[in-house]
Design a protein around this ligand. Structure first.
Ligand code: UD1
Length: 368
């Protein structure tokens, strides 16, 4: 038994963070060293709380269950973030972690960065340096503030490094490690399964679609524009559309109707998502994670937003940005479908991002 244990706290709360955590937690579980051990404490903010948005990820991906769940979710952004800061401060004082791992750009990430920095704890930001240049997105504010509070900024791509340099962040803090989501894609792709709802008959020739962002769903007019466009696309294509709870609630509230060719479902598991990515003709999404997973699965992706953080995908021609309010959407998609982009470029590292993150973090721990 090593004499000394270092404590790393991972703070998570939303679906995409559980997925990123899976890659990091795997590396920590495999870590062996004679002179010291690592105790990994997972703190769940409670931001996502439905079973298929939270618990099922821990069981399916074999992530250790959180040591504590703050159960803060369902409120407004400010309310959630404020409550999380208050609760996290108490928890961090109790656990006395040597390092804090924060993931992505959610309200949970921001709350973690503020609580930890007020306690002078060392912060590692996983997926640092992304920018959409749209400060109306809550995520953009969360990212900028978290990056500027962090001690180690683990960047997934070269563009992320450049973004941080242009904001004057000290070069020594910037570490290009690749994307933990690519680690996961390589690790889990063999586990892909036909979604349980298709156990009798699996669909063929379909478009896989997800829409959940506040900027696309909170404004009724914009949501109606998106649904009208999907109905139009649905005239020629079968569309599989799992609903995020926010999207489902808003569609129910406004009694939005979709054509029969659009199949609305509950959220899928990660392994079912990988099956859908493999079988789909193309992807339509406003999710950051799915844009990359589509690329990993060598599928073209249409991003229904005004901008994307993953500009390398646009440059490669594998992703087409289609603002929901823009004209000629169907025509642009038809033209895009005929293109033959190169999927063999590797801007997201070599699938060893989590290993690099842990190695660098350990070097940092040894100098404490
Ligand atoms: C959050 C992240 C977003 C990420 C997304 C992944 C922020 C600002 N945004 O957005 O970056 O892409 O998670 O899904 O943190 N809800 C439920 N059950 C749940 C989860 C959410 O009913 O398990 C409902 C609640 O009404 C909630 C709403 O969905 O108010 C929105 O959830 P919230 O966590 O605020 O934002 P997301 O859209 O999920």
């Amino acid at each position: 038994m090593p004499e000394k244990n270092y404590i790393i706290c991972s703070i998570v709360g939303t679906r995409p963070q559980f997925v990123k955590l899976a890659a990091v937690s795997r590396e920590i579980e495999n870590f062996k060293n004679k002179s010291f051990g690592i105790k990994h404490i997972i703190i769940h903010s409670g931001q996502h709380f439905d079973k298929d948005m939270s618990d099922s990820f821990f069981s399916l991906l074999g992530i250790p269950y959180p040591e504590i769940n703050l159960n803060i979710g369902g409120g407004s952004h400010g309310e959630n973030t404020g409550k999380m800061i208050v609760s996290l401060e108490k928890v961090l004082i109790k656990f006395k972690p040597h390092l804090i791992f924060l993931y992505g750009d959610t309200d949970t990430t921001l709350a973690g960065s503020i609580a930890a920095s007020k306690l002078n704890l060392k912060i590692c930001h996983i997926e640092a340096g992304l920018r959409s240049r749209n400060k109306n997105m809550p995520e953009e504010i969360n990212r900028i503030l978290t990056d500027h509070c962090s001690d180690l900024l683990f960047c997934p791509t070269n563009i992320a490094v450049k973004n941080l340099i242009s904001e004057g962040i000290d070069n020594k803090k910037l570490l290009l490690v690749g994307d933990v989501m690519y680690d996961n894609f390589l690790y889990y792709k063999k586990f892909k399964v036909t979604p349980s709802i298709f156990s009798l008959e699996a669909p063929k020739d379909f478009v896989f679609c997800t829409i959940h962002r506040a900027e696309n769903t909170s404004n009724r007019k914009k949501l109606s524009t998106i649904l009208k466009f999907l109905n139009q696309l649905g005239e020629q294509n079968k569309i599989i559309f799992p609903l995020h709870p926010r999207t489902r609630k808003i569609m129910e509230k406004y009694k939005e109707k979709l054509t029969e060719n659009i199949l609305l479902t509950a959220p899928f598991t990660l392994f079912e998502t990988f099956w859908l990515l493999e079988k789909a003709e193309f992807i339509i999404t406003d999710s950051g994670g799915l844009q990359k997973e589509a690329f990993f699965a060598k599928k073209k992706c249409i991003t229904l937003r005004e901008e994307t953080e993953w500009t390398e995908l646009l440059e490669m021609g594998v992703n087409l940005l289609v603002p929901p309010n823009s004209k000629n959407k169907i025509e642009r998609i038809e033209t895009f479908k005929k293109t033959k982009p190169n999927f063999n470029v590797k801007p997201f590292g070599n699938g060893r991002a989590a290993k690099k993150i842990l190695d660098i973090s350990i070097t940092c721990l040894e100098t404490l």
